[in-house]
Write a protein that binds this ligand. Structure first.
Ligand SMILES: [Zn+2]
Ligand SMILES: [Zn+2]
Length: 273
């Protein structure tokens, strides 16, 4: 395994394999309904890309959820210890058409996903990350709000968050851990990445009426979706909410409406422009 893939969580590695097996071939989409819709919306390929990513996520979710189900069904506590492994292999071979040459690798990664879903970051690592964030005065890496490091049960209590969710093959290595508020972590649930949220629902219509109507419609899960799409930073300069505090949501094209493809995260300087 190359050191490059080692930097990815097991879930991300399966996603990479799926993208390699089922690549995004824009040319082959000519005359497809997806291309027609992309054209009609003048999305310049962005709609095609998000649809593609979201379908790969669906595939990934199906694989991981099924592997987890088989693990529970043939739990090694009550079955021969490698029974579930055989059963997951059987599922990949008989119930999918994934090419045989990739089955072994995907199987190994699915077993890692099962292992990682039960592994918490160590107490020391957790403590160190929280201490470091507290010392640096960091805010939530998603919403930028001030964190409460002394309690565990408030909306803004600081907690250790898995960027790539544990339930979807995210490991507990430092590169996959950030400090977030409890609220963001709970609402983010096990969304894999930006293309995994219900992006099609994010079409805001009330923004002209009043600020209150807008913020009501632009609920927390939508915010997290847009922050995730913006890779947790200002899309112009790269400043991060963890250091900048609460940031602004703006349209990329002012004469276009408020929909997922057109909303981004901006720092205070770039939201003015
Ligand atoms: Zn937050
Ligand atoms: Zn900026």
């Amino acid at each position: 395994m190359s050191s490059e893939t080692n930097n990815l969580t097991p879930g991300e590695q399966i996603k990479e394999i799926l993208k390699e097996l089922y690549p995004f071939k824009k040319k082959e989409l000519i005359n497809s309904f997806l291309m027609d819709i992309d054209n009609a919306l003048m999305a310049e390929g962005k709609y095609l890309e998000i649809t593609y990513e979201s379908n790969i996520n669906y595939f990934l979710r199906r694989l991981i959820s099924t592997a987890q189900y088989i693990f529970r069904k043939y739990n090694p506590k009550s079955h021969p210890s490698d029974k579930y492994i055989q059963e997951i292999r059987k599922f990949l071979t008989n119930s999918t058409r994934i090419p045989e040459r990739k089955v072994g690798k995907i199987l190994v990664l699915l077993l890692e996903c099962i292992r990682e879903s039960k592994r918490e970051p160590s107490d020391t690592l957790r403590k160190n990350l929280l201490q470091e964030a507290d010392n640096q005065g960091k805010g939530c890496y998603i919403c930028g709000s001030n964190l409460d490091f002394s309690s565990k049960n408030n909306e803004n209590s600081a907690i250790i968050e898995h960027v790539w969710p544990r339930a979807m093959g995210g490991d507990s290595e430092p590169r996959n851990l950030r400090v977030s508020c409890k609220r963001c972590s709970e609402i983010k649930e096990n969304y894999i990445d930006a293309c995994d949220f219900h992006y099609e629902k994010i079409c805001l219509v009330n923004h002209d009426k009043s600020k209150e109507a807008f913020s009501k419609e632009f609920n927390w899960v939508y915010r997290i979706a847009v922050v995730t799409k913006s890779r947790y930073r200002c899309i112009v300069c790269g400043k991060e909410p963890a250091y900048e505090g609460v940031m602004e949501f703006c349209r990329q094209e002012d004469d276009d409406s408020w929909h997922f493809l057109n909303i981004g995260l901006y720092c205070s300087k770039h939201s003015q422009e």
